[in-house]
Design a protein around this ligand. Structure first.
Ligand code: HAM
Length: 424
C-alpha cells in the first residue's frame, strides 16, 4: 500500500511553487522598504516557550500543539506560530542592545497546528510575519498594519477588510475581565467545559470560543472599548489617526479577540471579502504584545507584529481572479539534428546558461518534430535549431516562437545576440 501524505499537509509542486516564490519575494521586498530584516529560528522549540508565551488557556496550546519528547527527555514542540520564537531569540541574543532600535524583523516558514483540516486550515502552513520590538510609539502600530496591507495591495488584492480593536493596557484589561466574569458567571453552566474552565482563568477566551459563539450572552458581552482607561484610549486614537493619515481604511470592531494571550492595546485582522473565498475569511492577524519579552525572561520591551499564511493569501488571490505575472517559459530551447550537432548542443547549452539565459535541450533522443513539441511544452521564447550542416558552416537557425520569424546567426555571435534579444 502506498504511503499517504499526512492529513492537513500538502506538497507544493512545480507549476504552483512559483506562486509561493513570487508572493514571498513581494513580501520580502516590501519588508526591505520598511527596513525589516530577516530572522530564521528553529522549527522546534522548548514546549514551555509556547505554554508561557502563547498562553496555556489558548486552543493553540491546549489542543493544537505537536509536542514530543526527544531522546534526552526534553519536552519540545513544533512551533505553532513565530512570535514567541522571535522574542526568545531577541532575548537570547540580547538584540535589545543592538544599535538600531526598534528591532524590526521578518520571518517566513512552516508552522504546525493540530487543527481540523478544511479549506484554508492546514496542520502545516507557511506564515510570513513581522515583529517590531522596542517601541511603544503608535506610529509603529500603524507602520506594521500598513505593511501588511501594503503587501496585499502590491499583489493586487482589493476586496479586503481591515478590522482593528484595542485590548487596552493591564488596568483596562483587568476592569474588562471583572465585567466579563460578572456577565458570564450566572449562566456559565450553559457553556462548554472549556469556557467554564476559562471563566476565572481567562474570560476573554470565552469570546473566542468556536462552540458557544451563538450563545445570546456573546452578543451582549461587555465591550473592552468601554473599559479602556484614558491612556489606552489615547493610544488607540493615535493609531487610528496615523492609519487615516496613511489612507489605510479600517473599521473598529470591539468584538475582535485574538486567539493568543500575549496581546494588549492594538489588535487587528485583515479579512478577504471576495465572494467564494470560503468560511474562514481571516487572512492576517496581529497586534501589540508589550508584556511578552519580559514573560520570556528579557527586559521590559514593547512589541507588535503580524503574521499571515501564504496558503490563505493564495486562496484570496484566486478568489479575486488575480493572475500573478509569473514567467514559466524557458528562454531558449535547442533543437539538434545529427550526432555532432547533438554533442555540440551540450556545450552550447552550458554557454547559454552561463550567460544567464534559461535554456533547455532534449535528453530523450527525440526526432526533430518531438524536440519542437518539447520546446512548446516548455513554452520556449526562442528555438535554436542546429544540424550537422549548420555546425560545419558555423551558424545556427533561430526561431522567435511568438512571431514565427526565423534568422540565421553566426555561432560566434549567437550568445551575444541572444542576450541582446532578451534584454540581458
Ligand atoms: P494567528 O492569528 O494565530 O496569529 O495566525 C496568523 C495567521 O496565520 C492567520 O491569520 C492565518 O493567515 C494563518 N493561519 C493560522 N492558522 C492557520 C492554519 N491552520 N492554516 C492556514 N493558515 C493559518 C499568530 O500566529 C501571531 N503570531 C501573529 C502575530 C505576530 N502577532 C503578533 N505578531
Amino acid at each position: 500500500m502506498s504511503i499517504q501524505i499526512p492529513r492537513g499537509t500538502q506538497d507544493i509542486l512545480p507549476g504552483e511553487v512559483e506562486k509561493w516564490q513570487y508572493v514571498e519575494e513581494v513580501a520580502k521586498s516590501l519588508c526591505h522598504n520598511y527596513q525589516y530584516k530577516e530572522i530564521r529560528t528553529p522549527i522546534f522549540e522548548a514546549s514551555e516557550l509556547f505554554t508561557r508565551g502563547v498562553g496555556d488557556t489558548t486552543d493553540i496550546v491546549q489542543k493544537e500543539m505537536y509536542m514530543f519528547e526527544d531522546q534526552g527527555g526534553r519536552s519540545l514542540a513544533l512551533r505553532p506560530e513565530g512570535t514567541a520564537s522571535v522574542v526568545r531569540s531577541f532575548v537570547g541574543n540580547k538584540m535589545f542592545g543592538y544599535p538600531n532600535q526598534p528591532t524590526k524583523l521578518f520571518y517566513s516558514g512552516p508552522m504546525f497546528r493540530y487543527e481540523r483540516p478544511q479549506a484554508g486550515r492546514y496542520r502545516q502552513f507557511v506564515q510570513f510575519g513581522v515583529e517590531a520590538l522596542g517601541s511603544e510609539d503608535p506610529a509603529i502600530d500603524a507602520e506594521v498594519i500598513s505593511l501588511a496591507m501594503g503587501i496585499y495591495k502590491e499583489l493586487g488584492l482589493t476586496q479586503l477588510k481591515l478590522v482593528i480593536n484595542s485590548l487596552g493596557d493591564a488596568d483596562s484589561r483587568n476592569a474588562h475581565r471583572e465585567a466579563l466574569i460578572n456577565h458570564f458567571k450566572p449562566s456559565i453552566d450553559e457553556f462548554c467545559g472549556d469556557c467554564q474552565n476559562r471563566l476565572e482563568k481567562n474570560p476573554l477566551r470565552i469570546l473566542d470560543c468556536k462552540k458557544d459563539r451563538d450563545h445570546e450572552l456573546m452578543g451582549t458581552a461587555p465591550s473592552i472599548l468601554d473599559y479602556l482607561n484614558d491612556e489606552s484610549k489615547n493610544y488607540f486614537e493615535k493609531v487610528q489617526t496615523h492609519l487615516s493619515d496613511m489612507d489605510v481604511e479600517f473599521v473598529v470592531d470591539p468584538t475582535l479577540v485574538r486567539g493568543l494571550d500575549y496581546y494588549n492595546h492594538t489588535a487587528f485582522e485583515i479579512m478577504s471579502e471576495a465572494e467564494g473565498f470560503g468560511a474562514i475569511t481571516t487572512l492576517c492577524g496581529g497586534g501589540r504584545y508589550n508584556g511578552l519579552v519580559q514573560m520570556i525572561g528579557g527586559p521590559e520591551t514593547p512589541g507588535i507584529g503580524f503574521a499571515f499564511s501564504i496558503e490563505r493569501l493564495l486562496s484570496a488571490l484566486e478568489a479575486e481572479g488575480i493572475e500573478l505575472p509569473i514567467e514559466h517559459g524557458v528562454e531558449c530551447f535547442i533543437v539538434s539534428l545529427g550526432k555532432e550537432a547533438k554533442d555540440y548542443s551540450v556545450k552550447l547549452l552550458h554557454t547559454l546558461r552561463a550567460a544567464g539565459i534559461s535554456s533547455e535541450k532534449d535528453y530523450l533522443d527525440r526526432k526533430v518534430k518531438g524536440q519542437f513539441k518539447a520546446a512548446d511544452r516548455y513554452d520556449a521564447k526562442y528555438v535554436a535549431v542546429i544540424g550537422d550542416n549548420e555546425l560545419q558552416e558555423n551558424k545556427i537557425n533561430l526561431k522567435n516562437m511568438s512571431t514565427g520569424e526565423q534568422e540565421e546567426i553566426s555561432l560566434d555571435h549567437f550568445v551575444e545576440k541572444m542576450k541582446n534579444k532578451l534584454g540581458k
